[in-house]
Design a binder for this molecule. Structure first.
Ligand code: FAD
Ligand code: GLY
Length: 381
């Protein structure tokens, strides 16, 4: 067990420099540290990117989409890695909870969308329960009386990402600077330093594409935090409401996170009246009782997205190890990415096949970086 009572010691000549201190970079650094590798994370503002926005659903099943079997497999492996990862930080400290997740359909068309996803679940042999209206409301009494049905997944869990980042920051050494250039095993920072190490890992989230030539773009998500009595909502609820998706994730302290929009807006992180309106409209249609509790925060974060929605994990032609593009599932996939990065850095066998996630997979497709509009349009998420 690491000593977390004092500030982490920052090595003057780390073996590994990790660029980016979101959940991905910090988790990778934590794994490397636990395996005896000297590491430092460089970030001007660790933990303030997408990881600060995230709801914290650990949902391989309710984040499964047609045509993305390789992502589903990674997400399922990630879900299995979570108990040990949460243990390493403190299960209560990070509010890791395994109470399953319900997805509900608001009207008949939404039910048709859910049935279509149910076919995918069946085809993949995923353990879900298809529920009728009354069964949904038995699981979550706050649901609107008119919901048309739903799908309960016992395998989808949750965690508080802000607490995860806070626990990682107590354990992982960080250097407060912005990286301006990465070349081989050297990084240059905006305060004029050049640092050398044996291996650079780049985990700069949505900003990775700006720093290096990988096709990562920001996908904006506006998200709300409500606060009410503890236990008001029994379990995380996702919904399809007149074709758009919404979710409500309860924390053990009474906070309920409501998200999220999905917008192609570049690096814009403004919270808009329209974004907040749509989220409240949809969540209150599904869970009308939430209208009585406090709205305590509005926020927006930038998901790092690759053209094929899959993360980029592995060594590039430039010798840099990449850990980016985790899009909608970076909280879920942090532990498995961390062990994969650590294995790659040390020349060990990774815990999953990284070929579908290789940095080089886009090289043969110049101009093939167009986002898939259907995936980004707000169909069940
Ligand atoms: P970030 O957290 O964005 O961290 C990147 C870091 O890199 C930042 O700290 C930044 O300061 C640093 N950086 C950038 N450029 C430089 C530089 N030049 N030099 C040094 N440092 C640099 N995922 C889930 O699994 N479950 C969810 O429920 C969920 N909900 C989400 C809800 C919303 C609204 C959003 C926006 C995302 C959600 N996600 C969710 C996705 C998840 O948040 C991301 O996939 C994940 O946080 C990505 O982590 P990251 O560390 O790669 O990026
Ligand atoms: N995974 C939820 C989101 O990205 O909004």
């Amino acid at each position: 067990m690491a000593d977390v009572s004092s500030k982490p010691y920052v090595p003057s000549h780390p073996d590994v420099i990790v660029v980016g201190g979101g959940i991905i970079g910090l988790s990778a650094a934590w794994q490397l540290l636990r395996e005896g590798v000297e590491v430092a994370v460089v970030d001007p503002a660790p933990g303030t990117g997408a990881s600060h926005a995230a709801a914290g659903m650990l949902a391989p099943i309710h984040e499964a989409y047609w045509g993305e079997t390789h992502i589903l497999r990674l997400n399922l492996a990630a879900s299995q890695a979570w108990p040990a990862f949460a243990d390493s930080l403190g299960v209560d400290a990070v509010d890791y909870r395994r109470n399953g997740m319900l997805m509900a359909a608001y009207d008949a068309d939404d039910k048709a969308l859910l049935d279509n996803l149910g076919d995918l679940h069946e085809q993949e042999g995923l353990p879900v329960e298809r529920l009728r209206n009354r069964e949904c409301r038995f699981r979550e009494p706050l649901l609107a009386p008119g919901v048309r049905g739903g799908v309960y997944s016992p395998l989808d869990h949750q965690v508080n990402p802000r607490r995860v980042v806070a626990e990682l920051l107590r354990r992982v050494p960080t250097i407060p600077a912005s990286v301006t250039e990465v070349a081989g095993n050297q990084v240059a920072t905006d305060d004029g330093r050049v640092m050398a190490c044996q291996q650079v890992v780049v985990a700069a989230g949505a900003w990775t594409g700006r720093l290096l030539g990988v096709p990562i773009r920001p996908i904006k998500g506006q998200i709300l935090r409500l606060s009410g009595p503890e236990g008001l909502l029994q379990l995380p609820v996702r919904g399809v409401v007149r074709g758009s998706s919404v979710y409500a994730v309860p924390r053990s302290d009474g906070e309920i996170v409501v998200g999220a929009t999905q917008e192609e807006q570049g690096f814009d992180t403004r919270v808009t009246a329209g974004g907040v309106y749509e989220l409240l409209r949809d969540v209150l249609a599904l869970l009308p009782g939430l209208s009585e509790i406090d709205l305590v925060e509005t926020w927006a974060g930038l998901r790092p997205g690759a053209p094929d929605n899959a993360p980029i994990i592995g060594t590039g032609d430039d010798g840099i190890v990449y850990a980016t593009g985790h899009y909608r599932n970076g909280i879920l996939t942090a532990p498995i990415t961390a062990t994969a990065v650590s294995a790659v850095v040390q020349g060990h066998e990774p815990p999953v096949d990284l070929v579908p996630f290789s940095p080089g997979r886009f090289d043969a497709k110049p101009g093939g970086h167009t986002p898939d509009p259907e995936h980004l349009s707000g169909v069940p998420a």
